[in-house]
Design a protein around this ligand. Sequence first.
Ligand SMILES: C[S@@+](CC[C@H](N)C(=O)[O-])C[C@H]1O[C@@H](n2cnc3c(N)ncnc32)[C@H](O)[C@@H]1O
Length: 222
Amino acid sequence: MTEEQLKNIAQQLRKPEGEWGVTIGEKMNIGNKFINLYTIDALDIKTNDHILEIGMGNGFFVKDIFDVNHNIKYKGCDYSDEMVTRSKKLNERWVKNGKADFLLSNADKLPFKDSEFDTVFTINTIYFWDNPERILNEIRRVLKPDGKIVISLRPKSSMEAYPFVKYGFDMFNRSDVSKLLLEHGFTTVKHIEKEEPEQEVNGVFMKVETLIVSAQKKNQNL
Ligand SMILES: C[S@@+](CC[C@H](N)C(=O)[O-])C[C@H]1O[C@@H](n2cnc3c(N)ncnc32)[C@H](O)[C@@H]1O
């Protein structure tokens, strides 16, 4: 692959756009299946939970969230127009019955009221956060006082094997993410590490790991 192609892939993973963005979105549904399913498992969804996902891509895994519990409300936000449109289409059934909604928005300025959500989660987006402090402040703002954040990612040890990461990906290990959360108003940080099936990158099979980091919103009065 040429450097130009790698740069384009990196850009599309950061913000899928146009026809190719739709294709990249579909490829992500295959490549990111395990990290999505492991994360949904770790969300510990309860009846009546109000859940926000940041950067849901084309929303392919939203059905798996409703499979766990139909009696929840889900909102997804993504700053890619293409991904919001695809998500609405793929999840028409849940949008029509008022249980799901998808909004076009950057995570650094969320279009929600204070204290709206029980859980905010995000998968494979932290690499692209230009201003983590602003995003974490926004997540804290929209979380209920005892709300939970869940950030899922491929740790640096997995990510550095991908040839496109040199084009704008920030990489993290578990202590980097914990530090970020503890410094920005979260407490009781927990980690789950899972192995995914090997993935083929440029003809080489490589080990891929999922890292799930969760934490509680810190009560400012404490
Ligand atoms: C690599 S894709 C991951 C999609 C899906 N979560 C998955 O794991 O398969 C990253 C997604 O997050 C969105 N995204 C990245 N940064 C964002 C931000 N600051 N605000 C909103 N959406 C963002 C992108 O548009 C894209 O749809």
